[in-house]
Design a protein around this ligand. Sequence first.
Ligand SMILES: [Zn+2]
Length: 88
Amino acid sequence: MTKPVSPVSDEQREKKTALAALAKRKEENKNKKPVDNSSLRAGSSMYFQCDVCKGEIVLPEDYQPPRPRLCTPCERMERRGWLPKEGI
Ligand SMILES: [Zn+2]
């Protein structure tokens, strides 16, 4: 007898891990100062902050606007509907 694998609990476990990682990112980035892009040399990458975790988003200077609101892991969570509402 093998136990049936429940995709729901797998997803819930994954979500829990993602939320824990998000909390850790927020904690780590709490005191981070945003980079002043205007102080960088021409040709430098552009630095932005994720709206949710304040994580750094680095884009080439010639990126196509609009800038992303979210860093990659946060964006992935938003797509799955996992972001806590108050975090946005
Ligand atoms: Zn983020």
